[in-house]
Ligand binder design. Structure first.
Ligand code: ATP
Ligand code: LTN
Length: 323
């Protein structure tokens, strides 16, 4: 199992319910490697002090949600230089046309003033992250499915050109809350780097404020509680969030409500109770930055061992000199 998250801002509810929740469950099922992908954050300009702080805070948050460093490997991407090395090789494996079709690139470049080359080649670095570790499964939110398909294509192409080298991975997407939507604009995915303070719930946000934002979520002018994301995105989003927090299916939850008010109130309560213990654990970890740093050093050592083995094979396959 391998997955990554960018230190581009404070973690939001979509990250937690769509991805991190599965990371915590998966770590007991198979060998799991989780990565704070700081190099991916550099596709847009970052303030160095802010990036340093956000990387550390994100690692602490991952521990607070339940990543257990005694069973899973947690590390920072830039600590393992093999990621950038393999990334170049995969940039030479992917086609320009494939990169141009990526919807994340289209969305993020559409109204950007400055579009970096890295934003365009981003999926090659992501494929490198995954392929270095013989990954079978990649737990991600729905928005990353296309990048995973591309990763599979690149692994297959490389294997057929140079001989069996990479395991072809699969995406595992959460059954509910795989795409948590913005509370104020439920046609847009909740995101940590977009400016939508009223539509975004932060995992470490004041809990009264969390409840307030959910009670004010945009729904629709009908008066029927039904799970139908295409036609009723706002109501379905609340049902998906409530389902993820309670473990009850969204369709089943829909049948229990006739009005929006009680649905919002129960969703607010469920999210607050879901976040409360995470916030408490985070507060404890925040007082021990040295402990987290040590986890990351050990994680990088373990990741490097595996990554170096894979790179040695890749270099041999390509005719690059052995190190
Ligand atoms: P950014 O706004 O900087 O692009 P992001 O909030 O989309 O960031 P990422 O670091 O790109 O977050 O993603 C980390 C994980 O969270 C990925 O697996 C991604 O699919 C998942 N994820 C992100 N947003 C959501 C969402 N709204 N619903 C469900 N999963 C999500
Ligand atoms: N591209 C992902 C973050 C990411 C990732 C990865 C996810 C980078 N490398 C490897 C899974 C596996 C995103 O934007 N959410």
């Amino acid at each position: 199992m391998f997955s990554g998250i960018k230190p581009t801002g404070p973690v939001q509810l979509g990250n937690l319910l769509g991805a991190l929740r599965t990371w915590v469950e998966d770590q007991h099922r198979a060998e799991s490697i989780y990565c704070v992908v700081d190099l991916h954050a550099l596709t847009v300009p970052q303030d160095p002090e802010v990036l340093r702080r956000t990387t550390m805070e994100l690692a602490q948050l991952l521990l607070a949600v339940g990543i257990d460093p005694s069973v899973a490997t947690l590390f920072v991407q830039s600590d393992v230089p093999e990621h950038t090395e393999l990334s170049w090789i995969l940039e030479c494996t992917v086609s320009f046309g494939e990169l141009r079709r990526m919807t994340q690139f289209k969305d993020k470049s559409a109204d950007a003033e400055f579009v970096s080359g890295g934003l365009f080649t981003y999926p090659a670095l992501m494929a490198a992250d995954i392929l270095l570790y013989d990954t079978n499964e990649v737990p991600v939110g729905e928005d990353q499915r296309q990048h995973l398909e591309l990763t599979r294509d690149l692994a297959t192409r490389f294997n057929s050109r140079y001989g069996e080298t990479f395991v072809v991975p699969e995406a595992t997407v959460a059954r509910v809350a795989a795409r948590v939507m913005d509370l104020q604009d439920p046609t847009r995915k909740m995101s940590k780097s977009d400016e939508s303070p009223q539509g975004t719930i932060l995992v470490l946000e004041d809990l009264d404020q969390v409840a307030r934002k959910i009670r004010r979520a945009v729904t629709d002018t009908e008066n029927e509680v039904r799970f139908d994301p295409a036609i009723k995105p706002g109501v379905s989003n609340l049902l998906g969030v409530l389902a993820a927090c309670t473990g009850v299916a969204p369709q089943e939850l829909a049948s229990r409500y006739t009005q929006y008010g009680p649905l919002k109130a129960d969703t607010a309560d469920a999210v607050v109770e879901y976040l409360r213990p995470i916030q408490a654990r985070y507060a404890e970890l925040a007082s021990d930055p040295a402990g987290t740093r040590e986890v990351l050093v050990r994680g990088a050592e373990r990741a490097r061992e595996l990554a170096a083995l894979k790179m040695a094979l890749v270099r041999e396959r390509l005719g690059l000199p052995a190190r």
